[in-house]
Design a protein around this ligand. Structure first.
Ligand SMILES: NC(=O)c1ccc[n+]([C@@H]2O[C@H](COP(=O)([O-])OP(=O)(O)OC[C@H]3O[C@@H](n4cnc5c(N)ncnc54)[C@H](OP(=O)(O)O)[C@@H]3O)[C@@H](O)[C@H]2O)c1
Length: 350
């Protein structure tokens, strides 16, 4: 039996990636609905190699009969339509920041806290964490299990695709403008992003941190352990796809570099590439289009009794968003929901 799946935000960076991940991983779909705003209703998006779906307007879409709804239309839109989809009987997996910190909404990274998926019954909504949080907690979980993390200090190097389709266009247009000496237009970013780095993602908070930095702290505590202190500095860099993080972790108990490397190598979703050589580490450009969280540059931090530094890289649109959401859908499908459709009919609506 297959499932009826709606992808809301299907024309965006995350939504398109969701459609390709669903197809690549052969998620058992009976019908797939591609949904976006009125602006792109009637447009076409690809589903897998051979199928094309017509985009439907969210405002008039009826979620009755939909089993799973993967949402990424922005927080304000999810705030209105995710509860509407849940009320109609769909389980919503929401990629936006709207519900992540609600106590009755599970915030899930399947390699870290898959058990939390069971709490979807409370509101019919499961939240997908922030892209930077996801790749960090996948790498921290095996180390936390070994030696208990007390404190994390992280600096991120986040690609422009994390800010959506139009942000990618802005990097492209500005880069071209620099070369041909045209004026630089700033629309999605506060400063020029081409050939630059911007230490400002999401809005400023009262304490001087940004909301992206706050999200990394509170989400890590909700997913991994409420006792971990996290200090983040989040920076946008002129990279199209792939986030990198320089992570420093302080532990309660001793953990050697060799123990950390072995624990990470055995951990689900992690690939360790760590040689002291020119090709012995992974960069965002190499992680783009890939599923794993790559860990490199594992070394001791001798400034604290038990400390390690790591370099963590992943594709923010895949593990940081679409892949994580589809992995949650896979667990829902296998352990929590009953398929309603007919066997692998792969009939596409619209
Ligand atoms: N990019 C990442 O790495 C990442 C990671 C985790 C979470 N997220 C979150 O996921 C969300 C989407 O990100 P994105 O990068 O995919 O953005 P994007 O490329 O700008 O795409 C936005 C999508 O939302 C749709 N949309 C906008 N307003 C809508 C409305 N009123 N009704 C229905 N659909 C509407 C757009 O449809 P139209 O074509 O009709 O405009 C488009 O499909 C954001 O909340 C973001 O924070 C992103």
């Amino acid at each position: 039996m297959g499932f009826k799946v709606a992808v809301v935000g299907a024309t965006g960076n995350v939504g398109r990636e969701m459609l390709s991940v669903l197809a690549e991983r052969k998620f058992p779909v009976d019908e797939v609905y591609a949904i976006a705003s009125e602006r792109s209703a009637g447009a076409e998006v690809s589903f897998g190699e051979d199928d094309v779906l017509k985009v439907m307007d969210l405002d008039s879409f009826d979620f009755k009969g939909v089993d799973i709804a993967l949402f990424s239309p922005g927080a304000k839109v999810s705030a209105v339509h995710a509860p509407r989809a849940a009320k109609a009987g769909a389980v919503v997996i929401d990629n936006t920041s709207q519900f992540r910190m609600d106590a009755d909404v599970p915030l899930v990274v399947p390699e870290v806290n898959p058990h939390a998926i069971a709490l979807h019954t409370k509101r019919g909504i499961i939240a997908n964490p922030n892209c930077s949080t996801i790749q960090m907690v996948v790498a921290l979980k095996p180390l936390h299990d070994k030696a208990t993390i007390k404190r994390v200090v992280v600096a991120t190097y986040q690609s422009v695709s994390g800010a959506g389709r139009e942000a990618m266009d802005e990097l492209f247009t500005q880069t071209r403008a620099v070369y041909v000496n045209d004026p630089i237009k700033k629309e999605r970013f506060t400063k020029q992003i081409a050939f630059n780095c911007i230490p400002h993602i999401d809005v400023f908070m009262e304490d001087g941190s940004t909301k992206e930095e706050w999200k990394m702290a509170v989400e890590t505590r909700k997913i991994l352990d409420p006792n971990i202190a996290v200090q983040a500095s989040c920076v946008r860099v002129p990279v199209f796809i792939g986030h990198a993080e320089a992570v420093n972790a302080e532990f309660e108990r001793p953990i050697s570099v060799e123990e950390a490397r072995a624990a990470l190598a055995a951990a689900p979703g992690v690939v360790v590439i760590d040689h002291h050589a020119d090709d012995g580490y992974v960069t965002p450009q190499e992680a783009a289009g890939e599923d794993p969280v790559y860990v490199s540059r594992i070394r001791r931090d001798a400034t604290v009794p038990h400390g390690l530094s790591l370099w963590v890289v992943a594709d923010n649109l895949r593990k940081g968003a679409a892949l994580n959401a589809v992995q949650i859908a896979e667990i829902l499908a296998s352990d929590h929901l009953k398929a309603t459709g007919s066997p692998q009919k792969r009939r596409h609506a619209g």
